[in-house]
Design a protein around this ligand. Sequence first.
Ligand SMILES: [Zn+2]
Length: 452
Amino acid sequence: MDVELYNTLTRKKEKFVPIKKGKVGMYSCGPTVYWYQHIGNFRSMLLADFIKRALSYNDLKVNHIMNFTDVDDKTIKGSQKEGLSLKKLTSKYEDIFVQDMDSLNIIKPKFLRATDNIEEMVKIIKVLIKKGIAYKSDDGIYFSISKSKNYGGIAGLHKITNTKERIRKDEYDKDNAQDFALWKFYSNEDGDVFWDTEIGKGRPGWHIECSAMSISALGEHFDIHTGGLDLVFPHHTNEIAQSEGYSGEKFVNYWVHGGMLNLKEGKMSKSLGNIYTIADLKKEGFIPLHYRYLCLQTHYRKPLEFSLESLTAAKNAYEKIERKIIRLRKEKNPGNTDVEDLRNEFLDAINDDLNLPKALDVFWSVMEEGNMESKTRLSLLEDFDCVLGLGIKDMKEKKIVIPKDVLALLEERQKARKNKMFAEADAIRDKIKEKGFVIEDLGKDGPELRPI
Ligand SMILES: [Zn+2]
């Protein structure tokens, strides 16, 4: 069965064919470690995790690399603001990021730090200068977009009138496509952050970092590069130009970009002060996996409108799964053990450009399939969870202390039902609800109480 992925390069869904049979090289733009990552950033990290899990489910071996941007305009400013050395600041936020990734059940990629790969960047810049694609100016070394073949193709920028202007900042918009900085010569603003190298004293621009790290880890030509849609320009546009200028060959075969996470009022961003971090979700009474479930419900290329209400709905669904899984482990129902069709349905969904909402539907149809043998059902759900990553194997019964008066009411209700006094039984059920518990009637297992 073929895996298909939407490729931003061609704006088409394409059959995925790895460069080396059975193996996949994949690079994901990681965090700029100057502050907490918000849940919008984690939507991109989850996308990379889902792709990796889906490819592994198809028996492909994925070598997944992610970077830490631990030197750029933002990190330098951040360290000066917090009064910490660059290393102290970035290590602090690296640790928090890794913990958040763990709590979202994201399989750890291999992490590379920009500051550990300066030599590789210098090597690429030297070649670009030699080829005449990069040039020295008074404040840095710049990439000449007019010397680059097909600059901006991925961003749909086909006609660029070269204004011969330069931009030193790492971030800028499409209307501002200019020669960009590969290496920024030292200025006082950078404090003690600099490297003395063959191309001068200074520090790298943001874009060259990802070219250098991905090439050093995966080679000059690899399979998949992922990131959020907001990275298509300028970051990925520049990555392609630098890398292909350096190697003279195609850089990446498939570019996969994830949709943005928005709030009702619009974009979530640090500068607008309206962001949610993983810690914020925990403070609101959620676990990070509720957020993972929420992300599964929307196709990765579509925008996701986030609200605490939608997260609450995801939490309720997640808890329902937990209860069912725990019950399923105790059950010994006989039944159908033929799962081939369901497994194929699931595989079809994930291989169709990672249609996870559809895969989740298949998951729920197995959850609610009463005619299947319990053990088979459980192992099929665990198998699907290799891709969904909801942590089914770790789901444990929560110790709930039910107050004695509530237990007494439950007994009273059972008696009323036995005597066919249904109105009375319903009234007792309502009393139990007022005390914060709902009754789930579980057939022959008898009723069970759970907190609302
Ligand atoms: Zn990047």
